[in-house]
Design a protein around this ligand. Structure first.
Ligand code: HEM
Length: 148
């Protein structure tokens, strides 16, 4: 196994950790959004771990972007849908999602009211989740990537 394949497998498997943490954060913040409960340690930790998982994915992804043979720049890059996906679409959309999670988390920390904290996390993480789901090279998209 070379570095590239170790990183691809790690990056591929970690998607599930990131997705589960993001979904759990959205559900929890959504449920508590209309309650009077304090913005407690559990939701804050979930939101933080989800954001960290996304940052780890981005860090591994950026290394892959440099070393992976799947990322190629040439005359056909924009014409070939797989090459274009990994050279442009995946990185651009995932960076947008990463910014959404980071802004959502830090904005929620600055809010003073509990409901406003839950609401901020809920909306930023929900939109971030949709961007991530739309930008994963799911096997059914025919981009040559697997489930794990
Ligand atoms: C800025 C952030 C990211 C960058 C630069 C990036 C970069 C890459 C690159 C270059 C590949 C192709 C690897 C190869 O086939 O050799 C890849 C594959 C992949 N990425 Fe990302 N990625 C990022 C974020 C994410 C995130 C947040 C997720 C999911 C939560 C994700 C999920 C995947 C999956 C599932 C694959 C396919 C792996 C496989 O072939 O099985 N990526 N990424």
């Amino acid at each position: 196994m070379n570095l590239n394949s170790i990183l691809v497998h790690t990056h591929s498997g970690l998607r599930w950790v990131a997705l589960i943490l993001i979904v759990m954060t959205v559900i929890r913040a959504g449920n508590l959004m209309s309650s009077k409960e304090n913005f407690e340690f559990r939701t804050k930790s979930l939101a933080l771990f989800a954001m960290i998982a996304m940052h780890i994915q981005a860090a591994i992804g950026l290394v892959l972007y440099v070393i992976s043979p799947t990322v190629q720049f040439g005359a056909t890059t924009m014409k070939d849908s797989t090459l274009r996906f990994f050279a442009v679409e995946h990185i651009a959309m995932m960076l947008i999602a990463l910014v959404l999670f980071t802004i959502g988390y830090s904005k929620s920390k600055k809010k003073t009211e509990n409901r406003a904290k839950y609401k901020t996390v809920f909306w930023f993480y929900l939109i971030g989740l949709l961007v991530v789901l739309a930008s994963i090279p799911w096997p059914f998209r025919g981009l040559g990537a697997g489930w794990f």
